[in-house]
Design a protein around this ligand. Sequence first.
Ligand code: UDP
Length: 325
Amino acid sequence: MGRVLITGGAGFIGSHLADRLLDEGHEVIALDNLSTGHPRNIAHLIGHPGFKFLKYDVTDYIHVEGPLDTIFHLASLPSPVDYLRMPIPTLKVGALGTHKALGLARAKGASFLLASTSEVYGDPEVHPQPEEYWGNVNPVGPRGVYDESKRFAEAMTMAYQRNHHMANYICRIFNTYGPRMRADDGRVVTNFVAQALRGESLTVYDDGSRTRSFCFVSDLVDGMLRLVQSDHHEPVNLGNPNEMSILEFAERVVKLSGTGAEVDFIKPEDERTQDDPKTRRPDISKARELLGWEPSVSLDDGLSKTIDYFRDLFESEKGGATRQA
Ligand code: UDP
């Protein structure tokens, strides 16, 4: 992969990808405007001879000195609370940001991977979701800003492939979790883990019967690396097919955190659950067949690592607050 650019390189997935690429001896440039990414995620890489960080907004014209072999375009606002709060930047990063990143890849003759999403399937009427399914998205609903930005990004990536003879890659990422998620990103994993560790009740929306399938971040990164080394240039689902209801997930968090936290059923009055997909599970036949990939980290192992990360983070924040006081 040689010299690699990661847009969104200070984010949750981007920073894990940077770690893995550096471990394998590649050079990494992480570009991030830090709107949702955090310097803490890459602090351990500062000073590494193969690593460079650029604070930059991918929706502006991108100039990178020197050659680039691969671009991973991860910059995005994938968390519902973020895209509901920042709908226009969400549309811009999916549309303008993807255009700029593709233009850079073309100019440098670099391989290009788009991090797309299971949200392209919307509230699916086909279950589990294979790549051939076109989806069920409400373009004018509150979630439409994210879903359509990624659908546009996929269309743009395919158009560059067809018109500019590039060999691009698209992975559709299903719910992924692990250390370095943002504690306040509003997603179910971070909400439940933070609530359990703070001794609060877990906020299960409605009756908790919606389903999701959770993939640990190291498995996802492995799938992405296999994809960019393949010759498959159509979208591929990357996710863990282990589907469960949100209520079951809450029970796992309570058990693994050992906190005895309670579960509260609440009905959000705002847009959080509008058009919220009722079910989601990836069909990963393609990834299995074409990449020889499937997730290997169990939910219990991945969730325990995630809980440990947040326990340490909250402890260090408490320590910092005490020192400041
Ligand atoms: N959810 C919940 N309680 C929370 C946060 C989320 O019950 O505190 C539900 C949410 O309505 C959705 C599922 O958990 O059905 C996953 O939400 P998340 O925001 O993690 O990601 P999504 O898959 O919807 O993008």
